[in-house]
Design a protein around this ligand. Structure first.
Ligand SMILES: CC(C)(COP(=O)(O)OP(=O)(O)OC[C@H]1O[C@@H](n2cnc3c(N)ncnc32)[C@H](O)[C@@H]1OP(=O)(O)O)[C@@H](O)C(=O)NCCC(=O)NCCS
Length: 376
């Protein structure tokens, strides 16, 4: 029996966390449509939904938010460790190191047990601390002072403020980041979530499963695509060059970042919300060229290849207009996806079996070992 390359079309397990419906190109978190979640809830409500299986009541949300705001700080020695890293270290690698350090600082993690309650607590700690790791490991690598988290600010206000170094509470900016975090939070058995589940299934702990996931998310075919999209838009520079650039890539059979998806073949329902918010930001700032370039690329790709943009395409422009440094786009994706990863790690640990597929051996067989001097 031969496997499909990339395991395409294979069902690798059951989940109650999200449904990717390819017939309608829609995405549902625990039965709720993501577009309705964007319109009516905050990222923290969605985080609660993913971790606790339903939306919170107002008192449950208050308790959840109180925990999140109270646990944003990270140990000072982590700042010293970041200061000792070379300035060229990739922010995703710093985030992976940061998550590993947080695991080492969490005494409960040394117990070697993975109860539901322990996993929930670890997930909440990472949810609370990852923005601080993302923003401040980056700031330190740029020779800037770290910014302490501000517990008076909402999750997204605080995240934006730590990145920019100044208090940011413009409602459109905060809503754009918050909605993007909802859209990035969860997506079934995507590559990083699958690697988190494989690690968790060995009964390794949540911090290590998340470290595996961060390493997987970094790649440009997965989370790293949002950064590559912005570098590409910068390279194109003007709307006049967009069609020619796209056509050349198509002729050379090169991949265009931010387009295509393993599951969605006729569009990605996550794109519309963030595209609209990005357009509003563009109008607010009077910078429309990125959307003009994007529209031409989208039209060309659909007409020539019938390949549609995925979430990373409009998210890149929205983040650029928010003033977020390009190297932080994928770490921000990770700070959101911690919710989906953790929900999957909980689901795996709660009903575990080691994940260990077989493979078909197709190499040479029954060879005799020659003595070293006889080998040529
Ligand atoms: C997401 C992705 C990895 C899915 O890959 P996949 O399901 O393995 O699909 P394939 O790479 O086999 O692509 C199928 C065909 O579409 C083409 N294609 C897919 N995505 C493309 C893209 N972004 N640009 C140009 N062509 C693309 C492939 O070249 C291939 O064409 P061929 O059959 O003529 O060889 C792929 O679409 C991609 O690399 N996209 C760019 C990276 C990206 O945006 N990633 C974020 C995903 S959310």
């Amino acid at each position: 029996m031969r496997a499909n390359k990339g395991l395409a079309g294979l069902i690798a397990g059951d989940t109650t966390i999200s449904k990717v419906d390819v017939t309608t190109n829609s995405l549902w978190y625990r039965g709720y449509d993501i577009n309705e979640l964007c319109a009516k809830t905050s990222f923290l409500e969605v985080a609660y939904l993913l971790l606790h299986e339903d939306l919170p009541t107002s008192s449950q949300l208050k308790e959840f938010e109180t925990f999140e705001r109270a646990n944003r700080n990270i140990p000072k020695s982590m700042y010293d460790a970041f200061k000792n890293m070379p300035h060229y270290a990739h922010p995703m690698d710093l985030l992976k190191i940061g998550v590993s350090m947080l695991g080492s600082f969490d005494e409960e993690n040394s117990l070697g047990t993975n109860t539901h309650e322990q996993n929930l607590r670890k997930a909440m700690l990472l949810l609370s601390k990852m923005p601080t790791v993302v923003a401040n490991s980056y700031r330190i690598s740029k020779g800037l002072e770290p910014v302490e988290p501000d517990s008076d600010l909402s999750y997204s206000e605080n995240f934006l403020s730590m990145i920019s170094g100044e208090k940011t509470n413009d409602p459109l900016s905060v809503k754009t980041l918050d909605n993007s975090l909802i859209l990035y939070a969860e997506h079934g058995y995507n590559a990083s979530t699958f690697s988190a589940r494989v690690t968790a299934a060995t009964l390794s702990d949540l911090y290590n499963a998340v470290s595996s996931a961060i390493g997987t998310l970094k790649g440009p075919l997965h989370g790293g695509a949002n950064e590559q999209v912005m570098y590409m838009l910068q390279e194109i520079e003007t709307p006049e060059r967009a069609r020619e650039y796209t056509m050349k890539k198509i002729e050379n059979k090169e991949k265009i970042m931010g387009f295509g998806h393993r599951l969605y073949r006729t569009g990605d329902s996550r794109t519309e919300v963030i595209k609209k918010l990005g357009q509003q930001l563009a109008e607010q700032k009077g910078i429309t060229k990125w959307h003009e370039i994007s529209s031409i690329m989208e039209e060309t790709m659909i007409a020539e290849k019938k390949i549609y943009p995925n979430l990373d395409f409009p998210a890149a422009t929205a983040y650029y207009l928010l003033g977020i440094p390009i190297e932080l786009y994928t770490p921000i994706f990770a700070a959101s996806r911690i919710t989906g990863w953790a929900a999957h790690i909980l689901e795996q640990h709660d009903d575990n079996r080691l994940i260990r597929p077989g493979c078909e051996y197709v190499g040479p067989t029954a060879r005799k070992v020659k003595a070293l001097e006889q080998r040529v």
